[in-house]
Design a protein around this ligand. Structure first.
Ligand SMILES: [Zn+2]
Length: 264
């Protein structure tokens, strides 16, 4: 049986106003924990203490401070491998990974494929394995990250790569933006019944104070306008918003992303 058949045990640690730091338990020893994008060390340390767990490795998707800011403090407590993309802005890296490489965490029973997904930042990567995707600030539930460094073509190609992963993939994003993203998704596709139903369930989940994540790729393909740039109705809405005909799905994406940047 492949190790990918076992569903990972992953829990969120909240940080700042809306970040999620993800803690992955080793399938071999649940007290050994891998942390994804620790922007702040204190809430991670508190979780490890409370759960009598030990930090075993750190995975980093991109260089933004709210994703890497806690690394030095965590390393002061315990020297562990730090895996991240090739980017001088990410200090403390002990293992640099590139697109298509496999990141094997020896002894932990964890193995992830690296996907280079530029757009939010140029060196942004995702970790994919065990049916789970850790995609940082590239894909959000019902939305996507802002393009700080990449082009619409790059960001759209990155989202296409994520969309092509198995639909049952569990999607672990870096922020709780789902409710606001759905307001935009429904502005783009007011008649999308999957998005309407999701908005109702997200409202209930948030009223109870729980995370809306992980999402699944199959849900995102139905509700996320940024994964639906090839749909005729999404194109038509983007063309109406832009006031002109649009060519490629990347052009549709560019219009949606710019619209979302202004959307309140
Ligand atoms: Zn970011």
């Amino acid at each position: 049986m492949s190790i990918h058949a076992t569903r990972l045990a992953v829990r969120p640690v909240r940080a700042f106003s809306d970040n999620y730091i993800w803690l992955i338990e080793s399938p071999r020893d649940p007290t050994q924990v891998v942390v994804v994008d620790p922007g702040d060390a204190a809430p991670v340390m508190a979780d490890l203490h409370r759960s009598s767990s030990s930090l075993a490795a750190i995975l980093l998707t991109h260089h933004h401070p709210d994703h890497i800011g806690g690394v030095p403090e965590l390393l002061r407590h315990r020297q562990v491998p730090v895996v991240g993309p090739n980017d001088a802005r990410i200090a403390n890296r002990t293992l640099t990974v590139e697109d298509g490489e496999r990141c094997e965490l020896e002894g932990l029973g964890l193995s992830f494929e690296i996907l280079q997904i530029p757009g939010h930042t140029l060196s942004h990567i995702a970790f994919w394995g065990h049916g789970a995707l850790f995609c940082g600030d590239t894909l959000f539930s019902a939305g996507c990250g802002r393009m700080f460094e990449g082009t619409p073509e790059q960001m759209n190609a990155s989202l296409d790569r994520l969309r092509d992963l198995p639909p049952e993939t569990q999607v672990y994003c870096g922020h709780e933006y789902t409710a606001a993203n759905l307001r935009f998704a429904l502005a783009v596709e007011p008649a999308n019944s999957a998005a309407q139903e999701y908005q109702d369930s997200v409202a209930r989940i948030r009223a109870g104070g729980s995370p809306t994540l992980p999402s699944s790729l199959s849900l995102e393909i139905r509700v996320n306008p940024f994964l639906r740039c090839d749909k005729p109705n999404v194109r038509a809405t983007a063309e109406a918003h832009a006031g002109k005909k649009l060519g490629t799905p990347a052009e549709v994406f560019a219009v949606l992303r710019a619209w979302k940047d202004q959307f309140r």
